[in-house]
Design a protein around this ligand. Structure first.
Ligand code: ZN
Length: 181
């Protein structure tokens, strides 16, 4: 009994923390978050440059946790992301399609528990949508090639941009500088 109560309390607490920092919590089944698992071969874009896969195809390519975040706009629990404390030099690419999105040069510790960046690799690669879900007005950021959900962008980031891209580790894959990808 006590254990059940504790777990309920812990889940409620995690939800509060997530709301306090402006990212909505994922469903309770997602306890630990890891980096997105992408198949070795990136999906091929169509003639328009977009990657369009069926839900079943995405499910095949992604871990269940990454699918929930990238394709169903979930959010990993704060402090659980595999890339949160990554300080290596390299590029953060889309966990769904491999498009370069963020650089280690723009990564900073926001204290929120999610990987945070103050800029993008290219404005063309990262799309923005108004998000009025969960009773908040936020700006969702997505991969412009596969429309995968990445996280949100806020106006309380550091100089020089003043932006804070609050991104799920599960939406990203890290490619270290000098690796053969
Ligand atoms: Zn993508």
């Amino acid at each position: 009994m006590k254990n059940t109560h504790f777990h309920r309390f812990a889940a409620a607490f995690a939800m509060l923390v997530a709301l306090a920092f402006g990212c909505e919590p994922a469903s309770s089944q997602q306890q630990t978050a890891q980096s997105a698992q992408t198949a070795a071969v990136a999906p091929k874009p169509d003639k328009t440059g977009k990657v369009r896969l069926s839900e079943a195809e995405w499910k095949q390519r992604l871990s269940p946790e990454a699918f929930q975040v990238l394709r169903q706009k979930g959010t990993e629990y704060a402090g659980t992301g595999a890339l949160l404390k990554n300080k290596k030099k390299g590029t953060y690419v889309c966990g769904g399609c491999g498009l370069p999105l963020f650089s280690s040069a723009h990564k900073f510790d926001s204290g929120t528990g999610w990987p945070s960046f103050y800029d993008v690799v290219s404005k063309q690669n990262v799309g923005e949508h108004d998000d009025r879900s969960h009773g908040m007005e936020r700006t969702e950021v997505v991969c412009n090639r596969c429309d995968g959900h990445l996280g949100h962008v806020f106006n309380d980031g550091p100089n020089p941009t003043g932006l804070r891209y609050c991104i799920n580790s599960l939406s990203l894959r890290f490619v270290e500088d000098g690796s053969k990808e």
